[in-house]
Design a protein around this ligand. Sequence first.
Ligand code: RM4
Ligand code: MN
Ligand code: MN
Length: 426
Amino acid sequence: MYLNQSDINKHNLQYIDQHTVGLGMLNWKWGAKKCEEVIELLQNFQVAIPSWALGAGGTRFGRFGIGGEPASLEDKISDVGLLHQLNKASGVISLHIPWDIPDDPDAIKKLAASYQIKFDAVNSNTFQDQKDQAYSYRFGSLQHTDKRVRQQAIQHNKDVIQYGEALGSQSLTVWLADGSSFPGQLNFRTAFQNTLESMHEIYAILPAKWKMFVEYKAFEPNFYSMTVGDWGQSLLYAQKLGNNAYTLVDLGHHLPNANIEQIVSLLLMEGKLGGFHFNDSKYGDDDLTVGCINPYQLFLIFTQLIEGLNAKRMNHAKDLGWMIDASHNIKDPLEDLLQSVEAIMIAYAQALLVDQDELKKAQLNNDVVTCQEILQNAYRTDVRHLVAEARVKNGGVLLPLQFYRSHSIRQKLTERRGYFTKATGL
Ligand code: RM4
Ligand code: MN
Ligand code: MN
């Protein structure tokens, strides 16, 4: 759906005074130079939207449709286009195959370009059986005891790379459900070695500029062991595969209370952090809206990221894959995604306010109290006007959620697409 520029201008004009006052306060507190620096970095920052999370999600107990869900890949691109026109920070989509096969890649690319959207990592799916496949993944895919199953899964990943190439993607995310649900079911070493051998075959055909992301997860759908269960295992695979293989961190894939910011810092140090799947959770892989449960953790992660990226002179916007991975069981997915992107931008902006030099000094002096003051001084700042300013400077909407609601966008989508459409995905 294309938005009307005059509607956007009208909306922005309506709220501009309030915004100017808020922004002025931030300039006064942090200095205009610092604020400008932050705004510029925010303007460059884009977060990829997952193609599998544009419809209503569900749990194993049921699913509640939302109306106007995207029924095709074209619809999904149009939805991401809508988000991007609103927040100017969602100019990327990540596709999951075979949920979203681009049958006519050129037409899809053209449509995406009309919304200024690019393609981030393509994701393979060997955690579900497809109708026409020869062998089942019940007992795993790349780890399977039967070579024919492994070959089928390898071939699928190769196909996914080809789809991605046709669209201009430059990375493949491999997340495996492989593992075991009962003690004794699996020889851990054999499972690891089979998986590694399979990944080697996929890695071998990776185009030159591509990255391969190895995503880990501690549990689910297997409940005793996962063959890529944590960052240590993922790092082992990535190191053994080669320079273009990296670890991907999904925030919801850890055991409770894991110190994710420390994980991120060390992966970055080793040059092996590939990217993120952002979401939030309280109990497991809840896939909730980013920042809805633990925004402080998100801020601490960004603080480590910025310090680590700067130390390596890496580009914040380009050198890591920034993606959302979420599921929307009760909210309108588009509203939820707007909230998620906003939460990411807020955490990034707050972390940019951390005085890294002062923090280093305080660390050297073991001045623990000052260390905490520096972090919390930034975290307790309401940076929403910086985020909004970056959005408006990029041509977006001052208050995206408000605009979405006041222009009855879900209602319009439902009129166009009907109430009972169902999006592929989670
Ligand atoms: C997994 C994991 C993957 C995602 C699937 C749908 O839990 O997070 O990244 O592709 O779900
Ligand atoms: Mn994920
Ligand atoms: Mn997940």
